[in-house]
Every structure is written in C-alpha cells, then in structure tokens.
Write a protein that binds this ligand. Structure first.
Ligand code: NAD
Length: 242
C-alpha cells in the first residue's frame, strides 16, 4: 500500500532554492510539514510566508561546525520528531583540478560529503528509537559516471553515493529507508557556476530539467509502501548525452 505523507514531519536542507525548494513545495502538497533548513534567512522568511503554516524556517549555515551540530536538535525542539530527512544542500565547482583553490575544494567536500554524514549521524538515534524514518540524499548523475570537467564535484558525489548505500544496508533493520536521487543538469542557481558556453549549449539543446522533475522523484520514493526502498532514482533530460 502506498504511504501517505499526511501529518509527516520532513526536514529539507538547502530548501530556499532549486531542488530543495521544489521538494519542500511537493512535500507540503502531499500533506507533510517541512522544516526548511538554509543559510539564506531572507529567502526563508519570504518563502515560509508564502507557503503557510506547514513550512517552518530554520536558518542554519551548515558549513559552520557548531550550527551544523545544532541542526537536528533544533528541529526536534520545534517539531518533536523527524519522519523524513532530505539532505539536499550542496555546492558545485567545475574546471580542472589545478584551477581549484584549496578553500573551494574544502568547502565543497565539507558541504557535499561531511555535512551529509553528520546530519544523517545526528538523526539516526531518533529514527532508531521510533523504529521508522526516511532519509533521502540529493546526489548527482556525477556520482555515477565520471564527468571529466568536474573532478572535485564528481568525487564528492561518488563519495556520498557510497555512503548512502552503506547506510541503507545498516539502517534497513531499524525500519529506516535510505535512498538517493541523482539528477542530471537542473535549472537552478547552482548552474551559475557553469562555464557560460556550457550553460548556453545545454539550454540550446534542451538538456536541462526542472527542479520539480527531481522533487517528483523524491515524493515517489517516499510514498512507496514501506516494504520497498527505492535505492536511487537517476533523473535525466531525455537527450542527456555525456
Ligand atoms: P541551488 O544553488 O539552487 O540551491 C542550494 C541551496 O543550498 C541554496 O538555497 C543555498 O542557500 C543553500 N546552501 C548553500 N550552502 C549552504 C550552507 N552552507 N548552509 C545551508 N544552506 C546552504 O542548488 P540546487 O541545484 O538546488 O542543488 C541542490 C542539490 O542538488 C545539491 O546537492 C547539488 O549538488 C545537487 N544537484 C544539482 C544539480 C543541478 O544541475 N542543479 C544536478 C545534480 C545534483
């Protein structure tokens, strides 16, 4: 039997833009209440005012170690429980490795990998105690195939893909489902970091997808019967050709 999201409490990181915002809107439409975690306080204020009572703002800079550690306790203080954690916040850099400065590499690996591991670690005891929960991570198609012009980004997404698969196997026995969604290029603020000629070529060939096409996949995963764990949904433009 399909799961309903009515009454569920979800937390979505990176919720003020792109895929995280689309997922928030889709989860609310499906009946959930969503704690929107983002560092962009102003955007969160505007969005939660628009979305109503079932959107709750939580301003957290996940790159700040102390704030990151407080994320799950602060959500639990607000809502009392977390049924769904969508670890979605992430950043992007492309370009040759030799062109990537140390601070940028560190920031990307911290946000795309370490923060996800810490957020998952912090929510697990709560979900194990309740014997139920869902964790979804936004990975990337770059976590499945090496994309030559984005070695650091691809490396971060391969790392988190491996982490998700191991956690899925560990947490299954506790009634916790762990899956990931792996999009191809999505029209979002993140693409501002793409080289302009690559972005233009992708637009010209129609090889970009909408954030809502990714959030549809997330809601699909979460609404399957609890007998089923969707491990990974790769969501690509039809004419994706890398
Ligand atoms: P986006 O830039 O539109 O949104 C990212 C959100 O994360 C923003 O609201 C931003 O404020 C927030 N954020 C960034 N750093 C943060 C921090 N330190 N603390 C808290 N919040 C922070 O990007 P998007 O395209 O929606 O990307 C979301 C996820 O999807 C990322 O993990 C990204 O790697 C992945 N992804 C994106 C694409 C794409 O083409 N856009 C493709 C595959 C995977």
């Amino acid at each position: 039997m399909a799961e309903t999201l009515n009454g569920k409490i979800a937390a979505v990181t990176g919720a003020a833009s792109g895929i995280g915002l689309a997922t928030t809107e889709a989860l609310i439409a499906a009946g959930a209440t969503v704690v929107m975690v983002d560092r962009d306080e102003r955007a969160l204020g505007e969005i939660t005012a628009r979305l109503g009572d079932r959107a709750i703002a939580q301003t957290t800079d996940l790159l700040d170690t102390e704030s990151c550690a407080q994320m799950v306790p602060e959500i639990l203080a607000k809502t009392g429980r977390i049924d769904i954690l969508h670890c979605n916040a992430g950043t992007y850099i492309g370009g040759d490795l030799t062109e990537s400065d140390t601070a940028t590499i560190d920031r990307m690996l911290t946000l795309n990998v370490n923060v996800v591991m810490k957020n998952v670690r912090d929510v697990i005891p709560h979900m194990i105690e309740r014997g139920s929960g869902d964790i979804v991570v936004t990975a990337s198609v770059a976590g499945h195939m090496p994309i030559q012009w984005e070695p650091v980004y691809s490396g971060s997404k391969w790392a988190i893909t491996c982490f998700v698969q191991t956690m899925r196997r560990q947490l299954n026995k506790h009634g916790i489902r762990v899956g990931q969604v792996s999009p191809g290029p999505v029209i979002s603020a993140l693409l501002a970091d793409w080289p302009p000629e690559r972005l233009q070529a992708a637009k010209d060939s129609g090889s970009l997808i909408e954030p809502s096409e990714v959030s549809d996949a997330v809601v699909y995963m979460l609404t399957r019967s609890r007998n089923v764990t969707i491990r990974d949904m790769i969501v690509l433009p039809t004419n994706f050709d890398i």
